[in-house]
Design a protein. Structure first.
Length: 533
């Protein structure tokens, strides 16, 4: 059986068959890398990596492959997602999950890099709480990007990148696993060296038409990223490479989507095939990206001799401007007893850094004296998901010996922030910080004391993403006497993945830092709007 879905008896689907012409890519904008898809009946489920963010592994569902609805975070409890005190946000944590259904329950395997490594969680109903982690036994640990091929309920073949420290041959490793216990049932065995490019990873193994197909991500997850495929009469090889590999890459091609790779192949209830993959929308020249690696979907056809053709052999493009996906505005008044699932925390901060009160507003607890420090941070943020975004919020209360405000954040080594500083019982000014790698610039400006401070950050883009035009984040503050006042600017290039490193995208959020652990700041009236200029 195909491992990317559960077989359903032939019947007319209850929803229209997905239509390739109606796909508005990216289907999940903002940081949603390493997509994995499984189908149960005519419902598709999709999960992505989340690295050092909490909650972890967002899960979405769809019936047309274009409109995806948030289901829940699969890793929603600290016990499921142990992080170490100095957790990296974009270079460690949850790498490349694989989601499958064994006919009875959902299974997700993934790597918590640097925090126990490979494990799986399960759920009969994906909307409910998922199980505690079932950690692979030590002798079967090692490698990243695990995947499973269901043999029968509870049993599967497990694929993972090779681990040289455990004696693996470079490439990919495979063994049989008991999904109920995490115990290996066969010895670790070399599976493949890939299809000819470096950094083979992200394996997925499935059966179709009497062949076993091994899908891989290769070339490195930057401009040379690509998807390749091979097949065999046995799930253990030897492998015959697809004659037109790579089946998907935008390396060297003119397209407004780049770095395409790390994919999952699956079919719909009518027997049509699709591919979900990551890609980026570059800015400027030399190209950079700031939204992170996003999720794209394209149709797949099979040749008469059994090889997949992605998107009729053409590059995947963004919709024309007049047909592009509408970018929704988002307002949060923090008037619920649960934090909206768009909001994320950094590393081991979990839920201890915020509190929702009886009045509209969110209180952030001070953690650390700087966003550039390692360790837990008083931060709650959301993905930057569009170039047209601007974010506003109001700082309504700030304790003494604190700084609190709005930030654009990639990692402790890359962020801009605008914060109100309170010292000795009075507002001492507003501080604008640009922190890039080992360089930091600070500017502190006098402002009048008032009951609350509306804050704003806006992404200002040039007229074309493929020119030398300068793109900036512009930070402003509103005072009772002056209205909106620009405080500082920072180049988007300096916060790009190409400069900061890692695998992430930018977050916009609110923060509170200070010397007193009991100190807090309260924010209200958050909005993520759309710039018209």
């Amino acid at each position: 059986m195909s491992t990317s879905h559960v077989e359903a008896p032939p019947r007319p689907p209850s929803k229209p068959t997905p239509d390739p012409s109606k796909l508005l890519n990216p289907v999940l904008p903002g940081m949603h890398p390493d997509p994995t898809v499984c189908r149960v009946g005519d419902t598709f489920y999709l999960a992505t990596s989340s690295f050092g963010l909490f909650p972890g592994v967002p899960l979405y569902s769809s019936q047309d492959l274009n409109d995806w609805h948030f289901v829940r975070h699969i890793l929603s409890r600290p016990s499921q997602l142990p992080f170490h005190p100095n957790q990296s946000i974009i270079g460690a944590g949850i790498f490349a999950p694989t989601l499958r259904h064994d006919g009875e329950r959902f299974c997700l395997v993934t790597t918590n890099h640097q925090n126990g490594e490979n494990f799986l969680v399960t759920a009969e109903n994906p909307e409910d709480e998922w199980s505690e982690p079932i950690w692979l036994e030590d002798s079967y640990q090692g490698g990243i990007d695990p995947s499973i091929t269901i043999l029968e309920p509870g049993r599967a073949l497990y694929q993972v990148t090779a681990d040289s420290e455990r004696g693996d041959t470079p490439g990919l490793t495979q063994f049989e696993i008991d999904l109920n216990t995490g115990k290996g049932l066969t010895p670790r065995r070399h599976l493949s060296t890939g299809c000819g490019w470096k950094d083979v990873e992200g394996p997925h193994l499935f059966e179709r038409g009497g062949h076993w197909y091994l899908l891989t991500a290769e070339g490195g997850t930057l401009s040379n990223h690509r998807v390749a495929i091979a097949r065999s009469e046995s799930p253990w090889g030897p492998w015959e490479n697809c004659p037109h590999n790579p089946i998907l890459t935008h390396s060297g091609l003119q397209s407004d989507v780049q770095n395409t790779g790390h994919s999952d192949l699956f079919d719909d209830a009518s027997g049509n095939w699709w591919i979900a993959f990551l890609g980026v929308r570059p800015l400027a020249y030399p190209p950079i990206h700031i939204l992170g690696r996003e999720t794209y979907i394209a149709p797949v056809e099979w040749t008469s001799d059994g090889w997949p053709i992605v998107n009729k052999g053409q590059p995947v493009s963004l919709p024309e401007s007049g047909k592009a996906r509408a970018i929704p505005e988002w307002i949060d008044e923090f008037d619920n007893d649960q934090l909206h699932p768009r909001w994320l925390r950094l590393g081991p901060s979990y839920d201890s850094v915020y509190q929702l009160g009886q009045e509209k507003g969110i209180t952030i607890h001070a953690a650390g004296t700087s966003l550039s420090e390692a360790g837990p941070k008083g931060f709650v943020g959301t993905r930057l998901d569009a170039f047209q975004r601007h974010f506003e919020l109001t700082l309504s209360n700030l304790d003494d010996d604190c700084e609190a405000g709005i930030t654009i954040f990639m990692e402790k080594t890359g962020y801009y922030s605008l914060g109100i500083v309170k010292e000795n019982g009075r507002v001492a000014g507003v501080r604008f910080t640009r922190h890039v790698l080992d360089m930091e610039t600070l500017g502190t400006f006098d402002i009048p004391e008032q009951n609350s401070y509306p804050l704003r950050v806006e992404l200002c883009e040039g007229s074309s993403p493929w020119t030398h035009q300068h793109h900036e984040f512009v930070f402003s503050l509103q005072t009772d006497s002056e209205g909106w006042r620009e405080i500082g600017r920072g180049s988007v290039r300096l916060l790009s993945t190409e400069l900061i490193g890692g695998f992430g995208g930018l977050l916009a959020g609110m923060y509170c830092i200070g010397n007193r652990a009991e100190a807090t700041a309260t924010f209200k009236n958050f909005s993520a709007g759309i710039s018209t200029s």
